[in-house]
Design a protein around this ligand. Structure first.
Ligand code: SF4
Ligand code: SF4
Length: 107
C-alpha cells in the first residue's frame, strides 16, 4: 500500500530540500582509467562512469551518465588529484517524506 511505510515506522520523516548540480569534466587534465577512477568510485549517486574515448595522453576520462542525480556532495572534486572535475550548484529539489522512507526501506 502506498503510504504504509511513511505513516507508521517513519512517522517523523518530513519533506526536505536537496541541492542539484552541474558536473564539468576537463578531459585533457584527467588521468582516469586503471590509474584513477576515484571520482567514479567515490560518487554516492553513480553519476559517473569510465569513458571509452581516450584523451591525448591515453587516459580515459569519466563520462556523466546521471547528471540529474548529482547532489553536489563535492566528493568527486575533492578526490580528484588532477583538478579535472568540478561541480556547481544549479538549483534545488524537494524530496518527499515518502521518497525518503522508501529509500530507507531499500537500504
Ligand atoms: S578523479 Fe580526476 S583524474 Fe581521476 S578519473 Fe576522475 S576526473 Fe579523472
Ligand atoms: S558532486 Fe557528489 S553526487 Fe555529484 S557527481 Fe560529484 S561525487 Fe557524484
Amino acid at each position: 500500500m502506498k503510504n504504509e511505510v511513511s505513516s507508521s515506522r517513519y512517522w517523523n520523516i518530513k519533506d526536505c530540500t536537496i541541492p542539484i548540480g552541474k558536473v564539468t569534466i576537463l578531459p585533457s587534465y584527467c588521468k582516469g582509467g586503471d590509474d584513477c577512477d576515484d571520482c567514479i568510485r567515490f560518487c554516492p549517486e553513480n553519476v559517473l562512469e569510465r569513458g571509452t574515448e581516450p584523451n591525448e595522453r591515453g587516459y580515459f576520462p569519466p563520462i556523466i551518465v546521471e547528471e540529474g542525480k548529482c547532489t553536489v556532495c563535492v566528493r568527486c572534486q575533492l578526490y580528484c588529484s588532477e583538478n579535472a572535475i568540478f561541480v556547481q550548484k544549479t538549483g534545488e529539489r524537494i524530496v518527499t517524506a515518502e521518497e525518503v522512507s522508501l529509500a530507507r526501506e531499500e537500504n
